[in-house]
Ligand binder design. Structure first.
Ligand code: SF4
Length: 764
């Protein structure tokens, strides 16, 4: 063992700057996206342009010349690759052989070009026609019990195919409509809704121009929503104090050079982003926020006593909130020792953060999966809302709560009916507009789908995009069961690992990407999506499709629905699949009639610069909660991890790299963390390395430590010194997903708790 303490890896540049331009150039060289790619990028995120297929960040009304980030450009160029993954190439290999390749290698083969069917006799995918695919899938769906089939959506498909997908599921006979939200922000959909009555963020983009403090928890904008860096930078420059809590020191929240600013690029002078940066323990946000609130209450008590200006807004608390006294009682009876031990942050730091809150007029809380992916994630969101409510920081300009969503239309899919919860589906409108009686029983969340898969009761799966088998917890058990399904169907743009776990009958149906032109009977089609701020935008693709055989997601969903429901004895003439496919404006009319308050005149408004706002009760202080008021949360725990600390136990945080979007891996660089070359690594702090006799570069195995007698291991991980809190490890999603127990999820929403996985580390 080396006697010198290992040197933690670090990126010495700022986020943005030339590094991000080089990142784009690298992917362009690799993908050779060809002529027209520059024009597509130029149109990206602009009115009447093409909307980024990557994250759900807002599209401003007055865009810059280049209104995309490094990762948005990567996603576009990845889609527009000149490589093609043809049936000839695929059928040269058995599925068993292909399964040995990494997800990165599979996607590097390029765009899928034709429908394919799995031939179990030869263990190969072979070419098929669309007619053959629709007829066979429709017949098999008809034979299966609808309740045994799950329709998953990845969060990328636009509002039009998403609306039809939800109608198809209910006309077929189930509510098994999980989407990728179940894996990340369902805690928001359930937890935030419980406390403020809205399942989505309460701010608009403009609020960021008016806040003077931002509490920023568990989100990494440098990699996961890079265009957010500019408004954060502008806020920091005008004196807004950004208070960050994150176990990792993420570059985007430390310093940023705006690549769109010639002076900053010339001088290479970064903007300091966070006023305070606290490396909270995994799950320690509840305790950290408890400390901040404790300080705010003290300041307010003192002000009250001295007759000075108060921090707490008594009038707001009385008129708009419920449960404050219980919270105050808990905060006053929680000692600083417990707060420090559970958060990993010193009292003095938390008190300084409390001083910032008390001194700020308008405060915004921003959070990501560092809050949602915990066993007590809903309580962590409740604590952030508690802090905001103290001074009425929800429902007025420059204040509010902003979850940062992942996939570009993940929020919108829920809005237009992709939900497993019957009470959230527009059941009455289906009846009125479509003569459709829908099943009453709630459907599967993603975790419930996996449970049904494991007990053998889920027989069929349709994936509208995504690579779900890679994204889920408890890989090994799940992967063994996946191939037992009777039918698996994948609507996809590129080959991925999930496709290589075929059910007894399996199909790959290739679709257009959003940047490609979509010509139907009435001409070129626009599609729409919703961002994290509840704004809706039209998007029109202009690029020539990768293959003449590709269909749009809308056409594929409608084709499957028509073929399946054709087996029914009675037809429902109102389900006009062909007409809807021929003209997407008709689907938007239907969406507008189904959700008139939010989507009225959708066709007329969809191309407005900056999109149209569909509204949000909490933004206007209309609280659709049980009490009719905003609810304070009285926390029952101080740490959001479901399993506590123990000798030799670490809590593992899974993260995305800079060369990654969800399960799509663009390369093996994680530049902003100073990590290159491999994804099979585990980050650990030098003190913990020393305690466990580990050296930089050692190979280790991580062993699940969830106290459930199930064996979960990931081998061959390279020890990588990194600045983390004691007892915390970090590594990559999805490689470390096998360590997440299926049952280890947020209590309210069943979102997998991937940010505090109990593990042990063993040297190989
Ligand atoms: S911030 Fe998100 S939406 Fe914007 S270009 Fe980047 S990846 Fe796309």
């Amino acid at each position: 063992m080396s006697s010198r303490k290992a040197e933690p890896r670090e990126y010495h540049g700022a986020a943005g700057g030339f590094g991000s331009l080089q990142g784009i150039a690298r992917i362009e060289l690799k993908e050779r996206a060809g002529p027209g790619a520059a024009e597509t990028l130029y149109r990206q995120n602009k009115p009447e342009g093409y909307m980024c297929s990557s994250c759900a960040w807002a599209k401003p009304p007055n865009p810059h010349l280049a209104e995309f980030c490094e990762n948005g450009a990567k996603a576009t160029l990845w889609d527009l690759t000149s490589e093609r993954c043809t049936p000839e190439w695929i059928s040269r290999h058995t599925v068993t052989e292909l399964r040995e390749r990494s997800g990165y290698e599979l996607e590097m083969r390029g765009r899928l070009t034709e429908p394919m069917r799995y031939d179990a006799g030869t263990d190969r995918y072979v070419r098929a026609s669309w007619d053959e695919a629709f007829a066979a899938i429709g017949a098999q769906l008809h034979r299966l019990d609808p309740k045994s089939v799950t329709f998953y959506a990845s969060g990328k498909a636009a509002l039009e195919p998403s609306y039809l997908y939800a109608v198809f599921a209910r006309a077929y006979g189930h509510n098994n409509l999980p989407d990728s939200s179940n894996m990340c922000h369902e805690t928001t959909s359930v937890g935030l809704k419980k406390v403020v009555g809205s399942p989505v963020g309460t701010c608009t983009l403009q609020d960021l121009d008016h806040c003077d403090a931002i509490f920023y928890l568990g989100q990494n904008p440098g990699t996961n929503s890079p265009r957010l860096l500019r408004p954060l930078m502008q806020a920091a420059k005008r004196g807004c104090k950004i208070i960050t809590f994150n176990p990792l020191r993420e570059k985007g929240l430390l310093e940023f050079i705006d690549p769109q600013d010639p002076v900053a690029m010339l001088t290479q002078k970064p903007t300091k982003m966070s006023h305070m940066y606290m490396q909270v323990k995994p799950g320690g946000d509840i305790a950290a926020l408890m400390g901040v609130i404790k300080r705010v209450l003290e300041i307010d008590d003192e002000a009250k006593e001295k007759g000075l200006a108060r921090t707490l807004d008594d009038a707001f608390l009385a008129e708009h909130t419920h449960g404050f006294d219980a919270l105050r009682h808990t905060v006053e009876n929680t000692g600083w020792d417990a707060i420090e031990a559970n958060s990993g942050i010193a009292r003095a730091e938390l008190e300084r953060a409390g001083d910032v809150y008390a001194g700020a007029k308008n405060v915004i809380g921003i959070y990501g999966m560092g809050l949602t992916q915990h066993v007590h994630g809903s309580q962590a969101i409740g604590m952030l809302v508690n802090l905001l409510l103290l001074n009425g920081n929800i429902g007025r300009q420059g204040a509010g709560c902003t979850p940062i969503r992942g996939h570009s239309n993940v929020q919108g899919q829920r809005t237009v009916g992709i939900t497993e919860k019957t009470k959230l589906a527009p059941v009455e409108k289906y009846r009125e507009l479509l003569d459709l009686e829908t099943p009453e029983e709630d459907g599967h969340t993603t975790v419930e789908f996996l449970e049904a898969l494991l007990d053998g009761s889920n027989k069929g799966f349709i994936g509208l995009g995504g690579n779900l088998a890679q994204a889920v917890p408890d890989h090994e058990r799940v992967h063994r069961a996946w191939g037992e399904m009777e039918l698996t169907v994948h609507i996809a743009t590129k080959l991925n690992k999930t496709h290589l776990m075929p059910g007894k009958s399996s199909w790959i149906l290739p679709c257009l990407v959003r940047a490609e032109e979509d010509i139907q009977a009435s001409g070129p089609q626009t599609v729409t999506m919703e961002d994290s701020f509840s704004h809706i935008y039209g998007s029109i693709g202009k690029r020539k499709p990768a293959s003449e055989q590709l269909k749009s997601e809308t056409a594929i969903v409608a084709g499957l629905a028509k073929a399946t429901l054709a087996h029914r004895e009675t037809r429902n003439a109102k389900l006009a699949w062909d007409e809807w496919t021929g003209d997407y404006a008709r689907i938007r009319d239907l969406i507008a009639h189904t959700f008139p308050d939010e989507f009225h005149d959708m066709n007329g408004r969809m191309n407005r610069p900056g999109g149209f706002y569909r509204g949000n009760g909490a933004h206007d202080r209309i609280w659709k909660t049980e009490s009719g008021k905003a609810e304070f949360t009285d926390p029952t725990v101080l740490n959001a991890c479901g399993i506590g600390e123990a000798d030799g136990r670490f809590h593992l945080v899974t993260v995305r790299s800079n060369d990654q979007f969800n399960t799509t891996i663009y390369g093996h660089s994680d530049r902003l963390r100073g990590l290159e070359g491999t994804r099979m690594m585990v980050m650990i702090n030098p003190n913990d390395m020393e305690r466990h006799g580990l050296c930089d570069g050692d190979l280790v195995t991580l062993i699940g430590d969830a106290e459930d007698d199930m064996e979960r291991t990931v081998r061959g991980l390279k020890v990588t010194p990194y600045r983390l809190p004691d007892g915390c490890l970090a590594g990559y999603f999805p490689e470390l997903n096998p360590l997440v127990p299926l049952w280890y999820h947020d209590k309210l929403s069943k979102t997998p708790a991937s940010k505090g996985i109990p593990v042990r580390i063993v040297k190989e």
